[in-house]
Design a protein around this ligand. Structure first.
Ligand code: PEP
Ligand code: MG
Length: 729
C-alpha cells in the first residue's frame, strides 16, 4: 500500500470542481484508493466516489491522507499527487514559505505505514468572511405583493418577462421494459454525456471556471451513491425516475446537514443531477426560453441556468438560494443581476400569471428588489438607477489609484481587510492605502497546532513588506473563540461562545498565545523596517487595555533580550465592538492610539442578535440608528482625545454605510478589496457637508430601512456637485 499526505490549497477546498477532477483522477487508476481528512478525522472514504468524498468537508489548509492499494499503486499515488499539486483545475496558492526548502512538508509519501500527521506551514486562510446564507423568510408570503425584497446577490438592473422554472412534479417514469437497474445506469450515462457536452460548450465560450461545475456534475451522474440508492428505492417499489430523485435528495440532505455553507450550496448540484437523470428516464426535455427573460425559481439548478442561451438570460430571481449558490456564481460570470432569498416571490409571480397575462419582472440586484409588473413610474425610476449605476461604476474604475476623499477633498483613508499576506496583492491592485484589519486568527485555523513564532514572523513580515513603511498594516491579535473555535487549543465548551472567553479574554487565562504573537509582530516590524500597528479585538474595559499594554511590553523585552531585530515602537489600538467599550470611549481613547469599530460584532451585541442566525436578519443591519448612535458616541470620545477612528466591519464596505460613517466623522474605512472601488466612487460624489447632513438624519431615523433610503438618494443621483473623483494622487 502507498500513502500520501498532502495539504489541499484550493481556495474553497475540495468543493465541487476540484473534487470532480480529484475523483476522476482516482477513478482512472486500477488501485483501491481512499482519502481521509486529517484535519477533522473524517474518513477514510472511497476516493473514487464523489458522494463519499464530499462529506469529508475538505477545506483549504486541510491535510489529507490518501492511500492506494493495487498493482499500479505507485503510479496512482504519483498521478494523484501531481493532480493535487497542479490545483485540480484551479489556480491555487503557492506552497507557504518553508515548503520549498522541505518538500516533505508539502507532500509526504510513505510505503505501507502511514506517516504521522504533520503540522505543516501556515496555510493561506479561507475567504475572510464567508457570505451570509440567505435570510429565512421573515413573514408569511403575501401573494398580492408587487414589490418584494430579497438579498442582492449580483448588482445590476434588468426588466424582462418572467420565465418560471419549476422542479418537476414527481411523475413516474414509464415502466422499464427490461431491467430497471440497466435503465437507470443507461440514463446516468446519458446524463453524464449531456453534462460533458454542456461543459465543453461553456469551456469553448471562454468560461472554463463555469465549465468545471458541469464536468464535476458529469462525474456525479454515475456516482454509485445515486445509482445504488436508486436501485434500493426500485426494490422497495418506486418507479425508476422517482427512485433516482429520492436517492439524489437523500445524498443532498446528507451534504446539506454537514453545517458547512459552501457544501450546503453544493447539495443543489446533486439534486440537479438527479433531476436530469429522471428527465431522461421519463423521456422529457426541458423547455428553455427562446427570448430574453428573467428566470424565476425557488432555486435554479446550475445546469438549467447554463442551458438557457446566455443572450436570453437577463437576470435571476430566487425565492431560496444563497449568495454562494452556483446560480449566483453563473450570474456573476454572465454579468446579469441576481436576487436570492426573496420570500413570497413564487406565490406572487404565480398569482400574477394566474391572471392570464405575461408577467414582467424588474430586478435590482444591488438592493435585492423585485418588482412584479412594474408600472411606468417604477420603470422610469429603474432606468434612472441603471444609468446612475453605470455612471458610478465608470467613475469608480477611473478613480482607482486616487486616495479616498469626498468631492470637496476631505480625506478618508481607504484600506483593506485581509486574512493572509496572500491577500496583499489583490488589496494593492484595488488601490488600498494600507490594511485596516489583518484577521490573523486565520493563521491559526485549519491546522493541528498554533503557528510557531518564526512562521508568524514570516507572515507578518510579508504583509508589512508588501505595503511598505508609508501604508500601515493594522495587525489584529488573534480573535479566537465565538464562531472561530480552534479545536487544538482544547478550550472548554461554552454555552454562549459569542459571550464567552474570546479574543483578548483568552489572555487572562493563558497569555502565551498573544505574547508569542506580539513577539512575532515586533520582530517582523524590525525586519521589514516599519512601525507595526496592532489592535486587540473584543476589548470591553480599561483592564483589557492594561493587559494589552503589559503583553506588548513583555513581548518587546523578550525580543530584545533574545537579540532579535525589533521594531522601534508599536502603535497600539483597540477594536470597539462591545457596547461597554463604546460607552467607555472617552476613557479608552485616552489610553490607546486609535479605535477601529467592528460593526459586525457591535451590531450583534447591541441588538442581541447572533450574527450567524438568519432568522434574526431584521436585527442585523448595522445601519440601524441604535448602532449609528453608538458609533457617533465612539467618534465623539475619540475626537476629544484626538485619536483617529476607523471602521473595519462590513458596514465600511457598503457604499450607503460608507457615506454615513464618514458623515459621522469616521476617518478611515477598511473593507474587502472588492468593495473599495464602489466606496471610493460613492464618497467622491458627495461633499462633506452633504454627508454630515445625511448622518444627522440617519441618527433620528426610525429604522435601518429609512437610513438606507436616505443614503440611496445620494448614491443614486450620480456625480455630486464637484463631479470629481477626489484629489489627484
Ligand atoms: C467586526 O466585528 O466588525 C469585525 C471586523 O471583526 P470580525 O468580523 O472578525 O469579528
Ligand atoms: Mg468582531
Amino acid at each position: 500500500m502507498q500513502t500520501l499526505e498532502i495539504e489541499i490549497r484550493n481556495p474553497n477546498g475540495l468543493h465541487l470542481r476540484p473534487l470532480g477532477q480529484f475523483v476522476r483522477t482516482c477513478g482512472r487508476t486500477r488501485s483501491e484508493v481512499t482519502i481521509q481528512n486529517l484535519a477533522t478525522g473524517a474518513g477514510p472514504a472511497n476516493a473514487k466516489q464523489m458522494l463519499r468524498v464530499q462529506p469529508l468537508g475538505i477545506r483549504m489548509g486541510h491535510v489529507v491522507r490518501i492511500t492506494a492499494q493495487g498493482d499500479d499503486e505507485v503510479e496512482a499515488i504519483a498521478t494523484i499527487r501531481a493532480a493535487i499539486e497542479a490545483g485540480l483545475g484551479e489556480e491555487i496558492a503557492p506552497p507557504a514559505p518553508g515548503a520549498a526548502a522541505a518538500p516533505a512538508a508539502s507532500a509526504a509519501v510513505a510505503a505501507a505505514a502511514p506517516s504521522a500527521t504533520r503540522a505543516g506551514p501556515a496555510a493561506p486562510p479561507p475567504p475572510a468572511a464567508a457570505p451570509a446564507p440567505a435570510a429565512a423568510p421573515a413573514a408569511p408570503p403575501d401573494p398580492t405583493a408587487r414589490r418584494l425584497v430579497g438579498l442582492g446577490a449580483v448588482a445590476g438592473i434588468a426588466v424582462a418577462p418572467a420565465w418560471r422554472y419549476r422542479e418537476q412534479a414527481a411523475r413516474a417514469a414509464p415502466p422499464a421494459s427490461g431491467d430497471p437497474g440497466g435503465a437507470i445506469r443507461a440514463a446516468a450515462t446519458a446524463a453524464e454525456s449531456q453534462l460533458e457536452a454542456l461543459a465543453a460548450r461553456i469551456r469553448a465560450a471562454g468560461r472554463p471556471d463555469d465549465a468545471g461545475i458541469f464536468e464535476a456534475q458529469a462525474v456525479l451522474a454515475t456516482d454509485p451513491t445515486i445509482v445504488d440508492g436508486a436501485l434500493a428505492h426500485v426494490a422497495a417499489g418506486a418507479d425508476t425516475a422517482t427512485a433516482v430523485i429520492r436517492a439524489a435528495a437523500e445524498a443532498a440532505v446528507a451534504i446539506a446537514s454537514l453545517g458547512d455553507e459552501l457544501l450546503a450550496a453544493r447539495a443543489a448540484d446533486v439534486r440537479d443531477v438527479g433531476a436530469r437523470i429522471a428527465r431522461i428516464l421519463r423521456g422529457e426535455t426541458l423547455a428553455l426560453p427562446d427570448r430574453p427573460v428573467i428566470a424565476v425559481a425557488d432555486d435554479l439548478p446550475p445546469s438549467v441556468t447554463a442551458e438557457i442561451p446566455a443572450a436570453f438570460l437577463r437576470g435571476i430571481a430566487l425565492a431560496g438560494g444563497s449568495r454562494t449558490a452556483h446560480a449566483v456564481i453563473l450570474a456573476r460570470g454572465l454579468g446579469i443581476p441576481c436576487v436570492v432569498g426573496c420570500a413570497g416571490l413564487i406565490e406572487a409571480v404565480d398569482d400574477a400569471a394566474g391572471a392570464g397575462t405575461a408577467v414582467e419582472i424588474a430586478l435590482d440586484g444591488e438592493v435585492g428588489l423585485v418588482l412584479i409588473d412594474p408600472d411606468a413610474a417604477a420603470r422610469a425610476a429603474l432606468r434612472q438607477r441603471a444609468e446612475a449605476l453605470a455612471e458610478r461604476r465608470a467613475l469608480a474604475a477611473a478613480a482607482r489609484g486616487r486616495p479616498g476623499a469626498t468631492a470637496d477633498g476631505a480625506r478618508v483613508l481607504l484600506v483593506a481587510n485581509i486574512g493572509s499576506p496572500d491577500d496583499a496583492a489583490r488589496a494593492l491592485e484595488a488601490g488600498a492605502e494600507g490594511v485596516g484589519l489583518f484577521r490573523t486568527e486565520f493563521l491559526f485555523m485549519q491546522r493541528q497546532a498554533p503557528p510557531a513564532e518564526e512562521e508568524q514572523v514570516a507572515a507578518y513580515r510579508r504583509a508589512f513588506e508588501a505595503f511598505g513603511p508609508e501604508r500601515p498594516v493594522v495587525v489584529r491579535l488573534a480573535d479566537i473563540g465565538g464562531d472561530k473555535g480552534i479545536p487544538y487549543l482544547g478550550l472548554p465548551a461554552e454555552a454562549n461562545p459569542f459571550l464567552g472567553v474570546r479574543a483578548i479574554r483568552l489572555a487572562y487565562r493563558d497569555p502565551e498565545l498573544l505574547r508569542t504573537q506580539l513577539r512575532a509582530i515586533w520582530r517582523a516590524g524590525g525586519l521589514a523596517g516599519v512601525v507595526p500597528h496592532v489592535m486587540a479585538p473584543m476589548v470591553a474595559t480599561l483592564e483589557d487595555v492594561d493587559l494589552l499594554d503589559a503583553l506588548r511590553d513583555e513581548a518587546r523585552a523578550a525580543v530584545v533580550t533574545a537579540g532579535h531585530p525589533c521594531a522601534e515602537r508599536m502603535v497600539t489600538g483597540i477594536m470597539v465592538e462591545i457596547p461597554a467599550a463604546a460607552l467607555l470611549a472617552p476613557e479608552l481613547a485616552r489610553r490607546v492610539a486609535f479605535f477601529s469599530i467592528g460593526t459586525n460584532d457591535l451590531t450583534q451585541y447591541l441588538m442581541a442578535a447572533d450574527r450567524g442566525n438568519a432568522a434574526l436578519s431584521r436585527f442585523q443591519d448595522a445601519l440601524h440608528p441604535a448602532v449609528l448612535r453608538a458609533i457617533a458616541g465612539v467618534v465623539a470620545g475619540a475626537d476629544a482625545a484626538g485619536i483617529p477612528v476607523a471602521v473595519c466591519g462590513e458596514l465600511a464596505g457598503d457604499p450607503a454605510g460608507a457615506l454615513i460613517l464618514v458623515g459621522l466623522g469616521v476617518d478611515e474605512l477598511s473593507a474587502d478589496a472588492g468593495s473599495l472601488d464602489e466606496v471610493r466612487g460613492a464618497l467622491a460624489a458627495c461633499t462633506r457637508v452633504e454627508l454630515e447632513a445625511l448622518a444627522r438624519a440617519a441618527l433620528v431615523a426610525p429604522d435601518a430601512t429609512a437610513v438606507r433610503d436616505a443614503a440611496a438618494v445620494l448614491l443614486t443621483r450620480g456625480p455630486g456637485p464637484a463631479g470629481a473623483a477626489g484629489p489627484a494622487a
